[in-house]
Ligand binder design. Structure first.
Ligand SMILES: [Fe+2]
Length: 512
């Protein structure tokens, strides 16, 4: 029921600093970074003028980048306790024939509409935002506000805004108007959730090589229910299964091979009492268990296979996002993930804007090799650089791959805001990177394959960058073969897009 990471550091509310004066040699400035967390209430749509496009949009690049993320951080003079409690705003950047169009809309969820009318918070946020009135007004209020702020996908002809603790919202891809909750043609029962991290198997072994969308749902508790769903390109449900695993689970993401779905059950404990009594948000009741292992769950994707769910253990750590996983052989899997040494406590009554990045562990890339026959896990670090938001060529999802793309901090060590783009060659270990420091702050980058190309890094990387000096955002386009040279085009937007979470690229261009 918990939400994802935008920057490794903002999860911690414990590492605050009294010193707000930036160091002169620092690649970032906390006051500049904070400006990217101002609400964006302006909804607009426009074609970019020629002078708003710096460089040249690649002629072969055509389609739409959909992005989602929280964009409303206060109501009635009250700030959200954590940005992940902010209502979701979707942005669509459509590109065709060298031109670009921008559109943004809030998702009109039931809670968003009601709170807009009331002018104040009516729901508790998972990350600690409380209704006005103190703990008495919040005690025993277990209603969930579906804020639709984490991801957006286009599948089966539907554009769906996702938030992992509730149903998807369907949007009109042309206008971004909210059409309502979507139960995936009856797959989800009322109130059932659908995770915000679906994976697309580019050539499903069970469906004659057709692509399929794989996603999961978590129902946490003393033991945790994990449901797995697989959908054909037309949106029809192909396969479905459910399992019960021991213990509370905070699982935000997963990964797939052609035959398995892999989950990391992070070592955390959840004490619901302070949440029930209205003292804390749900995420503030989670505590990292450093003396417990990470449990790696390996679930066969074919419900008819007869294979059991296997559980392996690795040393304690915390993972939100996986990069990729694949089958080395029938009994050996590998999985690359962004791992943190700990999950920092989310403390109440603190201001997320006053974070001390340097006091927190960075997200780093680790590879786990899983020996299913022996039940052993070998773990090694691939990249020490602080990073998040992994992406790769969509045809390599679930397969051995060479190139991994990440949003990264400017400096090679330590935890810091994400300010750059990094390409890691997993075959040679060589990296390419480009930094927007000291004034630029980045969100997730998406890899877009060049149509007809066969090499793995032939394509582009699209990334939203917040320019803290102009208080506006840009959509930058890199040639993925040469990240170091910087963007080949910069689409200078007229407003700020607050730091976002996830999104997708589709070759459809929806602007009329
Ligand atoms: Fe995520």
């Amino acid at each position: 029921m918990l939400n994802p990471v935008l920057s490794p550091a903002i999860f911690s509310m414990t590492a605050l600093t009294a010193n707000t004066t930036p160091k002169p040699d620092s690649p970032y400035n906390r006051q500049d970074w904070q400006r990217g967390y101002q609400s964006q209430r302006h909804e607009t749509d426009y074609w970019l003028e020629a002078d708003e496009i710096v460089g040249e949009i690649p002629a072969a690049l055509s389609g739409t980048l959909f992005r989602n993320g929280p964009a409303l951080f206060e109501r009635g003079g009250q700030s959200v306790q954590h940005p992940f409690d902010g209502d979701g705003m979707v942005a669509a950047i459509s590109i065709d024939a060298g031109r670009a169009h921008f559109r943004n809309r809030f998702v009109r969820t039931e809670g968003f509409v009601a709170e807009e009318q009331a002018g104040k918070f009516l729901y508790r946020g998972v990350f600690g935002t409380q209704k006005p009135g103190g703990w008495l007004a919040n005690a025993f209020d277990f209603r969930v506000k579906n804020i639709a702020n984490t991801n957006i996908i286009y599948w089966g002809g539907k554009l769906l805004a996702l938030w992992e603790a509730a149903e998807p919202h369907r949007l009109d891809p042309e206008t971004l108007a909210t059409l309502g909750l979507d139960d995936l043609d009856g797959t989800l029962k009322p109130g059932e959730s659908f995770a915000a991290h679906p994976r697309v198997d580019p050539a499903c072994a069970f469906d004659g090589g057709q692509p399929c969308l794989v996603n999961f749902a978590i129902r946490p508790g003393l033991s945790t229910a994990i449901a797995l769903y697989e959908f054909a390109p037309d949106g029809q449900l192909r396969r479905q299964q459910a399992h019960q695993v021991p213990g509370f689970a905070f699982i935000h993401d997963f990964a797939i091979t052609p035959h398995y779905a892999l989950f990391f059950q992070n070592p955390v404990a959840f004490n619901p009492l302070p949440f029930a009594l209205g003292w804390r948000g749900a995420a503030e009741c989670i505590r990292f268990q450093a003396d417990q292992p990470t449990r790696i769950l390996v679930i066969p994707r074919d419900p008819q296979s007869g294979q059991p769910v296997r559980t392996l253990t690795a040393e304690a750590g915390f993972t939100f996002h996986h990069a990729n996983t694949w089958e080395i052989d029938a009994e050996t899997l590998a999985i690359d993930s962004v791992c943190y040494a700990t999950f920092p406590d989310v403390e109440p009554e603190t201001d997320f804007r006053q974070i001390n990045f340097a006091a927190l562990p960075p997200g780093q890339i680790w590879r786990c090799q899983l020996d299913l026959a022996q039940g052993r896990v070998e773990r090694r670090q691939l990249l020490a650089r602080c990073c998040e938001f992994p992406d790769l060529h969509p045809a390599r999802v679930g397969r051995d791959y060479r190139y991994l793309y990440l949003s990264c901090a400017h400096s090679p060590s330590g935890n810091a805001p994400l300010q750059g783009l990094l390409k890691l060659d997993l075959e040679t270990g060589v990296t390419q990177d480009y930094s927007f420091a000291p004034t630029g702050y980045v969100s997730e980058a998406r890899f877009v394959p060049e149509p007809g190309a066969t090499t793995e890094d032939a394509g582009w990387l699209l990334q939203v960058v917040y320019d803290s000096q102009r208080d506006r955002s840009e959509v930058v386009i890199f040639d993925a073969r040469d990240v170091t040279s910087g963007p080949v085009a910069r689409l200078q937007l007229r407003d700020r897009i607050p730091y976002g979470l996830h999104g997708c690229w589709t070759p459809h261009c929806f602007v009329r």
